[in-house]
Design a protein. Structure first.
Length: 396
């Protein structure tokens, strides 16, 4: 993997930031990297300096630090939020790069879910400040993955095999990865525009253990291909949470907050989860759903198998929500929505207006994935219906 890190860093810094335009001279970038990915941090700093930017580096310790935090912290400590420090930092930066590199996917197994959610809620303000700055066009961010033994093992691969999947998914095996991603983003843009032109009022998703209706809502647009994640093949939007009805099963496991949840089943009525189940991790799922507005939808997404170079289960949401495979994938997010899906000037819209339009707001944004065969039928304005997605492909 190491020989590909210079290309990988250039892809993120010189392309993904600034929504596909790359870092500009004089801009400030905070880079948050787990210590096991230190070689990647070295290359990211190099790419930032070459671009004339100012790096702020944060190397995050792994190997039990998170578990110790929850085992030893009091409620007061878990709720502690350094408001002035966080606000000053967000005011300073122009971009944020986050690298995912898990060393123990179930590090917090057995920790009281209430304590984990308490900490999540305490950090809500950070998320709000970042989003507010992003929606004003003053901040961009990008997430990427660094292969680890733990993630490879969970996926049933060797580290070398897992690394090859990352290399392939990011087009690092190509002479010019940035050129390839510009092409992909153009194709995603074509799909987004086609969906926007349809004037979709609601979607009906039908498949094995799935019979779900999702209302798209007014003043919405479809998104994708902006460099926020590398890789990113999805096309998504923010639904009107109030129009979610029916049930859905998620065949892919969810790794979140140091816990693993498998076999998730959700049933919606009048926009809220009224029934839930899981083969593993049900207690943690229950606490997740109890977080303010985390029992409502904040995102609906589809990935076309013809776009994606992710073909295997990777035990990581960033990759698994972008998998192509045999039937593509659909994922939804519980919790907070993306204001970017507002089709007017997102910098000027008020939270009151967004609430009236059915945009959800929550401390959580939890993606959950289904990769089974399904048909997605849109009901358009006027009542006409059209199949827009089937067997992993967009039909627009």
């Amino acid at each position: 993997m190491r020989k590909y890190l210079p290309k990988y860093a250039d892809l993120i810094v010189k392309f993904a930031l600034n929504s596909g335009k790359g870092l500009k001279k004089g801009e400030v970038v905070i880079v948050v990297v787990p210590d096991v990915a230190k070689p990647f941090l070295f290359e990211l700093q190099r790419a930032i300096l070459e671009s004339g930017g100012h790096p702020i580096l944060r190397l995050v310790p792994t190997g039990g630090f998170d578990r110790q935090t929850y085992e030893l912290s009091s409620e007061e400590q878990l709720k502690f939020f350094p408001k002035e420090y966080k606000k000053a930092l967000i005011d300073t930066i122009d971009h944020q790069i986050g690298i995912l590199a898990e060393t123990d996917l179930e590090e917090l197994k057995g920790i009281d879910p209430k304590k984990i959610m308490m900490s999540t809620i305490a950090r809500k303000k950070t998320r709000e400040w970042l989003f507010d700055k992003e929606y004003k066009g003053k901040l961009t961010w990008s997430l990427a993955l660094y292969p680890t033994e733990a993630q490879a093992r969970e996926s049933g691969m060797s580290l070398e095999e897992y690394s090859q999947e990352v290399i392939k998914a990011c087009y690092l095996d190509k002479k010019d990865p940035i050129k390839e991603w510009k092409r992909i983003f153009r194709e995603l843009g074509r799909t987004q525009r086609a969906l926007d032109k349809l004037g979709i009022e609601r979607l009906h998703i039908k498949g094995e253990k799935i019979d779900l209706t999702v209302k798209i809502g007014e003043k919405r647009k479809w998104l994708g291909g902006k460099g926020r994640n590398i890789p990113s093949y999805e096309v998504f939007t923010t639904p009107d949470w109030r129009g979610t009805e029916g049930y859905i099963y998620f065949n892919e496991p969810l790794y979140t907050s140091g816990n693993k949840i498998e076999g998730i089943y959700l049933e919606f009525k009048k926009g809220k989860v009224v029934k839930f189940d899981a083969k593993k991790g049900k207690k943690f799922l229950k606490k997740l759903l109890e977080v303010e507005n985390a029992n409502k939808l904040g995102e609906f997404s589809l990935t076309d198998k013809n776009f994606s170079r992710v073909t295997k289960f990777m035990a990581n949401t960033l990759y698994d929500e972008n998998v192509g495979g045999k039937y593509g994938n659909m994922h939804v997010a519980l919790g907070t929505s993306y204001r970017e899906a507002y089709s007017r000037d997102v910098a000027k819209v008020s939270k009151t207006e967004l609430k009236k339009l059915g945009f959800n707001e929550s401390p959580k944004h939890q993606d959950i994935i289904n990769t089974q065969r399904k048909t997605v039928t849109a009901t358009l304005k006027g009542g006409r219906t059209k199949v827009i997605y089937e067997d992993g492909e967009f039909l627009v």
